[in-house]
Write a new protein. Structure first.
Length: 339
């Protein structure tokens, strides 16, 4: 099958996406697919650049605002009109954050009438907005930490949510634009910093506990994993730099808790109208209560990413995981065309 892997993009998760896309391309070739890799703002990626991306991994720091401003998001409109794209059978979306995960790219692909992997524009947009996600989780009866949105002053945040408190961008990913404010001074500083994020700011009650995650493949939950970061929270460096977090699959937790988390993850996946795959993140507090933090419609697919590790724990290799995602998209396309 001929597959185009869409990667890069213009979000602050660009480096993660390039690493994900290069790994996916190699995996799909191992499964016998013909693969074209495409940076959605720069065009087709050559073999030498792919090799460098595989070797370099994810940089310790995300791209700067200046670097992102140098990219032209208008180029993304022409993705499906690139020379040689007429015979692409499946577009594999390996874009994280921004227009690659908020439903924008998905809408363009749907308008072009092509087949692509993962959630559609609605599911992506619902999962990308953390406040919308939290409202839908509560509507589905899934516990999620209390929150406030801006504009708020520090007094109101402290009174309603206490300290420490999480301050994060409503559409952020990869733990970028996320701060754990321990005291009033840190909260004041976080509020000032958040004014430059150009996003809705979410203040969320902090629940101390074990960080657990559940990957979804198809309509089934994979093994529960536990994340033990080197830092106090699972930040960008801990997520993508080797040795900065211990990620245990399957998690060493009681079977009844694992089954409960898997059920909740499936509920969240369905409540947010996600499809094919996702990753649902939880904190389980000291009383054993699971709090759903967020859903990832296009979870990371780098060598250090959580979904591939969950799949491996279920006996699914990375090439097989990527192949299955292409197969799910293709099957959906064939079913639609025969209606």
């Amino acid at each position: 099958m001929k597959v185009a892997v869409l990667m890069g993009g213009t979000s602050d998760e660009r480096e993660v996406s390039l690493s994900s896309g290069a790994g996916i391309a190699r995996a799909l070739r191992e499964r016998g697919h013909e693969v074209v890799t495409v940076d959605t703002v720069r065009g087709i990626i050559g073999a030498e650049e792919e090799r460098k991306l595989l070797e370099s991994g994810v940089d310790p720091d995300p791209p700067s605002r200046h670097e992102l401003e140098m990219l032209d998001p208008g180029q993304q409109v022409a993705i499906t009109r690139q020379p040689g794209f007429t015979d692409i059978e499946v577009f594999f979306v390996a874009l994280h954050g921004g227009s690659g995960e908020d439903g924008t790219i998905q809408a363009l692909l749907e308008a072009a009438g092509v087949t692509y992997t993962g959630s559609d524009r609605l599911g992506c947009s619902l999962a990308m907005d953390k406040e919308v996600t939290k409202r839908l989780l509560r509507q589905a009866g899934i516990l999620t930490p209390d929150w406030l949105t801006e504009p708020q002053d520090a007094d109101e945040v402290q009174r309603a949510l206490g300290l420490p408190v999480i301050v994060k961008a409503a559409s952020g990913g990869s733990s970028l634009r996320l701060i754990l404010a321990h005291d009033r001074g840190e909260l004041d500083a976080a509020i000032v910093e958040s004014r430059g994020w150009d996003d809705v700011v979410l203040f969320e009650r902090y629940h101390k506990g074990r960080e657990l995650t559940v990957g979804i493949l198809g309509d089934e939950a994979l093994a529960v994993g536990e994340i033990v970061p080197a830092h106090e929270i699972f930040d960008y460096e801990c997520k993508y730099q080797p040795g900065m977090a211990e990620e245990i699959f399957p998690a060493d937790i009681p079977s009844d808790l694992a089954q409960r988390l898997q059920r909740l993850a499936i509920q969240a996946h369905r409540a947010l109208r996600l499809r094919d795959f996702s990753r649902i993140d939880f904190i389980v507090d000291g009383d054993g209560v699971p709090w759903c933090l967020e859903a990832n419609a296009v979870p990371g697919m780098t060598p250090n990413s959580l979904l591939p590790k969950a799949a491996r724990a279920a006996g699914i290799s990375f090439p097989e995981l990527c192949d299955r995602l292409v197969g799910l998209a293709r099957t959906r396309s064939v079913a639609h065309s025969t209606r």
